[in-house]
Write a protein that binds this ligand. Structure first.
Ligand code: GDP
Length: 195
């Protein structure tokens, strides 16, 4: 994908209406601090357009990035941040539920997991939830540069087993430092949005 323009067009909070438009969307979910903003910035060729969280988990919004006036990258709020209150957790659930349930143009959901970690209970819940909504998540294993090359296959297996991934699920290791994986992610996005 040649990035000609990016525009954070809509920031949707708990009480906001979801945007109405005709363009395809792909969404990104993951635990706070997993590297979601860094991934989205990397996909858009921007250094810090999507926020890089100083206080992870603090902003509960869904952010719609218009790419080339052709499609949207949708940044779902991160989960699993310990200091979030019960009320905020419930609001997070309502917001994400409303989006996953109500967006007819959503073509794919990417779920991010840190390649070094065993998936958490929250990651498993998110994975199951996305499946329940009728999407087979595409897995992005972040922070690839932090792992020795010899460990990569082993960690992919840890994630596959930890989430009990549906056979055939796409798993793409990614580093926002080296940009390894970026082209493959765009290929998947282009294929599912038919761009
Ligand atoms: P978010 O909370 O999921 O949006 O995560 P951020 O993108 O804000 O990243 C959280 C922290 O991890 C930041 O300090 C990033 O610089 C760092 N980080 C994110 N992706 C990578 C990566 O691929 N490699 C390395 N080494 N650090 C990363």
């Amino acid at each position: 994908m040649v990035i000609k323009s990016v525009n954070l067009e809509t920031v949707c909070g708990i009480t906001s209406r979801l945007p109405e438009h005709e363009k395809p969307e792909v969404a990104f979910a993951g635990k706070s601090n997993v590297g979601k903003s860094s991934l989205i910035n990397g996909l858009m060729n921007r250094k810090s357009y999507a926020r890089i969280s100083a206080t992870p988990g603090k902003t509960q919004t869904i952010n719609f990035y218009n790419i080339n006036d052709a499609m949207y990258l949708v940044d779902l709020p991160g989960y699993g941040y310990a200091k979030v209150s019960e009320k905020e957790k419930i609001q997070w659930g309502k917001l994400v539920e409303r989006y996953l349930h109500g967006s007819p143009r959503l073509k794919a959901v990417f779920l991010l997991i840190d390649i070094r970690h065993v998936p958490s209970a929250n990651d498993r819940m998110m994975y199951e939830w996305i499946l329940d909504k009728g999407f087979q998540p595409i897995m992005i294993l972040t922070k690839l540069d932090k792992l020795k090359r010899s460990q990569v296959q082993k960690q992919i297996k840890v994630v596959k087993e930890g989430l009990d991934l549906v056979p055939g699920t796409k798993v793409i290791p990614f580093s926002s430092v080296t940009k390894q994986g970026r082209d493959e992610i765009w290929e998947v996005i282009e294929a599912c949005t038919e761009l």
